[in-house]
Design a protein around this ligand. Structure first.
Ligand code: BG6
Length: 489
């Protein structure tokens, strides 16, 4: 990826600057870029919010959150530099007339602007209308949109249409923060810089793939928002499908946005539809019930603060996804993601096919297959399980399964794991769209996800309960066991 510090200056205009994402991720990410000298000295950070704050109180808010969310020591000099970039503008996002105030604030600043929408997507249209009315959009500007883009295919089209009235596709950066994660990016390197994998990455060599994204957190203070979405819209439609498409896509011609996005799109489009006819066999949806996590009792989804006791929203999903193309026909991709699982733990396990014939029967009745494990988080790394001879003089050949383990924290000891938002923010500044999702990809992902959501709705089945602190409903074990396979725990 390009890393051209000071390549261009821009105003970074953060809508929703005092919101949760901003304080946890965006402000810390910008600070880290400041720390390593990657923010152009002429770039200002213009915080826009509904709240009636002044610059002094916004700056206090920034410092408080940097202290909370940055684990390294905050250097006073860097902090002063960072603070001097801050500008605050109160705005009623829905009041088009009030955008003249923002225009006034932006006057005299840099001409290229990055508008970062960290607000509910339903008001992206209002914001673009306001910016347009105040003459604040030019061909140089970029807009960054947070997920979820819509609630379904139709609503995503409405939002995309609203924004693209004033911004062209090459100005729109749709964030899926998983694409900024070190280990997700490393998938490109693993697959296309190692002939060992490049040449064995298909239905002839691979038996199946498992993708698990487990979180131990529950819903914590955002019950209403989450309940509208559920795990399918919140995680599968975006993060898991992005991982899947990077794993399954054909080799792109180069690292350009056009090449990568075109290949990812083809992979998502080739997903076999899941409909009412096969929904029970291909999917499991669950909802966490009261349980224990790290020895502490935790409430179930319906007993969380602010919960509607009759909600049928899923907090866990498992899916057997299949890709109908030449490379993958017959290779299942098992996806699994949930809240309140035993640990935060995300990984991909690629199960290669078993040897067709075993000449080591005397010491190993059934040879296990090779497995490539990509640990996405935490403890980022790559593992390869393979068979090895146990050293010794015994007449029979004793063999066992061993692991080649590349742990990033050991291999790159002094290297800080960069937060996804730091990288993505820099890519927007540098005008590189390859780590952002195209409109076509969003729509293809919704088309596949909508069919599953519609099928669930049509059956009227409730999500299966699972105890908080467990690996999901028992039926998710059956989903994979029916194929004579099991989840890697
Ligand atoms: C967000 C989802 O996109 O990703 C959250 O809305 C989820 O529900 C989060 O917790 C997980 O991100 P990460 O980076 O912690 O794996």
């Amino acid at each position: 990826m390009k890393n051209t510090a000071y390549q261009s200056a821009s105003e970074i205009v953060l809508f929703g600057a005092v919101g949760d994402l901003s304080r946890r991720k965006l402000i810390p990410a910008l600070y880290q870029l400041e720390q390593v000298g990657l923010l152009n000295p002429d770039s200002r950070i213009v915080a826009v919010a509904r709240q009636d704050l002044d610059l002094v109180s916004f700056t206090e808010f920034v410092v408080e959150n940097l202290n909370e969310f940055i684990s390294e020591t905050i250097e006073p000099k860097v902090l002063e530099r960072f603070k001097s970039r801050l500008v605050f503008q109160q705005l009623d996002f829905k009041d088009t007339d009030s955008y003249v105030n923002l225009a006034e604030t932006l006057k005299g600043g840099h001409e290229t602007r990055i508008y970062y929408f960290s607000t509910p997507p339903a008001i992206y249209g209002d914001i673009t209308d306001g910016l347009n009315a105040a003459g604040l959009i030019t061909d140089n500007d970029r807009v960054v949109m947070e997920k979820p883009i819509g609630h379904c295919l139709e609503s995503s089209k409405v939002i995309n249409d609203q924004v693209s009235r004033y911004f062209k596709e090459n100005q729109i950066y749709r964030i899926d923060h998983y694409l900024g994660k070190e280990t997700v990016l490393n998938l490109l390197v693993l697959r296309f810089a190692n002939s060992l994998f490049t040449n064995n990455w298909d239905r002839d060599s691979i038996d199946h793939v498992q993708i698990t994204v487990a979180e131990s957190v529950g819903i914590e203070g955002r019950w209403g928002f989450y309940d509208e979405a559920g795990q399918m819209r919140d995680m599968i439609q975006n993060h898991l499908l992005q991982i899947l498409s990077l794993l399954a896509m054909e080799p792109p011609a180069d690292l350009s946005a056009d090449s990568i996005r075109a290949e990812k799109l083809k992979a998502v489009k080739a997903l076999a539809p899941i409909t009412r006819q096969n929904i029970a066999e291909k999917t499991v949806r669950g909802q966490y019930a009261d349980g224990f996590l790290n020895g502490k009792a935790v409430p179930g989804y319906l007993n969380e603060e602010g919960a509607n006791k009759s909600s049928n929203t899923e907090t866990f999903v498992a899916i057997k996804a299949e890709i109908n193309n030449w490379r993958w026909k017959g290779v299942p991709f098992y996806l699994r993601t949930g809240k309140r699982m035993p640990a935060k733990h995300s990984e991909i396990v690629v199960h290669f096919k078993q040897q067709p014939h075993n000449i080591f029967k005397d010491s190993y009745a059934e040879l296990p297959s090779n497995k490539l494990t990509i640990r996405l988080q935490p403890d980022e790394g790559v593992e390869l399980q393979m068979m090895n001879k146990i050293p010794g003089i015994a007449s029979q050949m004793n063999i066992q399964e061993n692991t080649l383990d590349l742990s990033f924290s050991e291999a790159y000891e002094n290297q800080r794991v960069v937060d996804a938002y730091e990288r993505l923010m820099l890519e927007v500044v540098n005008g590189n769209q390859s780590l952002f999702v195209s409109r076509d990809e969003v729509e293809a992902a919704w088309t596949w996800a909508d069919s599953i959501i519609d099928a669930w709705q049509s059956t009227n089945d409730k999500p299966k309960p699972y105890a908080a602190g467990s690996w999901g409903p028992v039926s998710s074990i059956s989903l994979i066991a029916r194929d004579d396979r099991q989840w890697v725990e």
